[in-house]
Design a protein. Structure first.
Length: 81
C-alpha cells in the first residue's frame, strides 16, 4: 500500500543520507483526525513513528539496510494502521 511504499522509499533515502518521514507522519495524523481517534492512540502512533525515524537514522549512519531492518521498517506501517 501507500504507507509500505513510502517506508521503502524512506529506507532508500536513508541509505543516501536523508531521513525524512514527515509525509508518513502527516498521513497517519490525518487518519487519526479523520477517525477522531483518542489522544492516547495518536500518542502511540507518534511513538511508533519516532521509533521508525530512529531506525532510519541508524540505517543512514551505518549505510546498510539488512533484510531484518527492512522487515522492521515495513512493520511500522502495519503497526500504525
Amino acid at each position: 500500500g501507500k504507507t509500505t511504499n513510502s517506508l521503502l522509499s524512506a529506507g532508500d533515502f536513508a541509505l543516501e543520507g536523508r531521513v525524512n518521514i514527515d509525509a508518513i507522519r502527516t498521513l497517519h495524523m490525518a487518519a487519526c483526525d479523520e477517525f477522531e481517534l483518542p489522544k492516547n492512540t495518536r500518542e502511540e502512533v507518534n511513538d511508533l513513528l519516532d521509533e521508525c525515524e530512529d531506525l532510519l537514522n541508524g540505517v543512514r549512519l551505518i549505510q546498510e539496510l539488512s533484510p531484518k531492518s527492512l522487515d522492521q521498517l515495513v512493520s511500522y506501517g502495519e503497526r500504525c494502521s
